[in-house]
Design a binder for this molecule. Structure first.
Ligand SMILES: O=C(O)c1[nH]c(=O)[nH]c(=O)c1Cl
Length: 311
């Protein structure tokens, strides 16, 4: 039994990695994922300049998941480019993911130029879905802007690149986004980012639990799995088959991974549960997924990927 996968033209010995934002802020965290059972890692979304992010507390774990309004704290794209370029030397043949996000098209292009000028040989994940920068709308909900960004990006960048999308909640939006995405040579779509601008309340103190944005923040964890599975499957149904899907959202067990793959995912990313359990989670997830595959008689993930049945 193998949980190996191929994504963006690279082979991975299993189909699990961290979600951007979790265990990927600095070299210590990235090395912890590197040295775990995860197949690879993705960096925290790098911006042109380092950012402190929003005031704390800005992350909170609840019984069913998490709420965050980090505000894109990161060490800057140059830090992550340097780290991954060095890590590639230490692990020849491994493919890593670099997440980037600009605050406008010019910044996105400047970030990609830096990637082009570097020794980075992995996959770029363009984050179009940060919900927590006050005053900045979610790019992923502005369809014309997504179209314009992808047109400009693929005019200049010709190496493997995927996009991280917010969750959509309307069938017509799946149709409209897929129509845009299908126009471009994307390696993959990563769906979903957190469900933006949720609110969690401490009833004893009658207070919100995070400081930024009067307590409004992106929701992750068990809360979001039904939305994540729907987004993965909706894009699987609609995207041309050379645009693969990374499934992110609500993964806590091997069963959750099985469901993401059944919906069409070729790779999965773990966020909240990784934050809770640490990189050792990938050992448990691997064992659980392999046990499910063994029970069902599947040798590899292609035996069941995308094969969700309808009634
Ligand atoms: O506040 C954040 O840093 C953040 N938080 C999220 O839940 N998703 C994102 O893409 C980002 Cl960039």
């Amino acid at each position: 039994i193998s949980t190996a996968t191929t994504l963006a033209g690279s082979n991975f010995d299993n189909c699990m990695m961290n979600a951007s934002g979790v265990y990927c802020m600095d070299s210590d965290e990235l090395l912890a994922v590197e040295n775990s059972k995860a197949a690879t890692f993705v960096t925290k979304s790098g911006t042109l300049q380092p950012r402190k992010g929003n005031p704390e507390p800005r992350y909170f774990e609840t019984e069913f998941g998490s709420i965050n309004s980090m505000g894109l704290p990161n060490n800057g794209v140059d830090y992550y480019l340097d780290f991954v370029s060095q890590d590639q030397i230490n692990h020849p043949g491994k493919t890593y993911f670099l997440s980037i996000t600009g605050f406008n098209l010019a910044e996105d292009l400047e970030l990609l130029q830096k990637v082009t000028d570097s020794d980075f040989a992995g996959v770029v994940e363009l984050n179009l879905s940060c919900p927590n920068v006050p005053g900045k709308p979610q790019t992923g909900y502005d369809f014309e802007t997504v179209d314009a960004i992808l047109k400009a990006v693929f005019d200049v960048y010709h190496k493997p690149l995927g996009v991280k999308l917010p969750p959509y909640f309307d069938i017509i939006h799946f149709d409209q986004m897929a129509e845009i995405l299908n126009k471009y040579p994307l390696s993959y779509v990563n769906s979903i980012n957190s469900i933006g601008n949720g609110l969690y309340i401490n009833d004893d103190t009658e207070t919100v639990v995070i400081k930024p944005k009067q307590g409004f923040g992106g929701i992750g964890g068990e809360y979001v799995k039904p939305t994540a599975l729907a987004n993965v499957h909706a894009f699987y149904q609609r995207l041309n088959k050379d645009i693969q899907i990374i499934g992110t959202g609500g993964i806590q067990t091997g069963k959750d991974i099985f469901e993401h793959i059944l919906c069409g995912a070729s790779m999965v990313q773990v966020g909240t549960a990784l934050m809770v359990e640490g990189p050792v989670i990938f050992e448990r997830l691997t064992a659980e997924l392999e046990a499910i595959m063994a029970e069902k008689g599947y040798d590899n993930i292609e035996d069941f990927r995308g094969k969700l049945n309808y009634l």
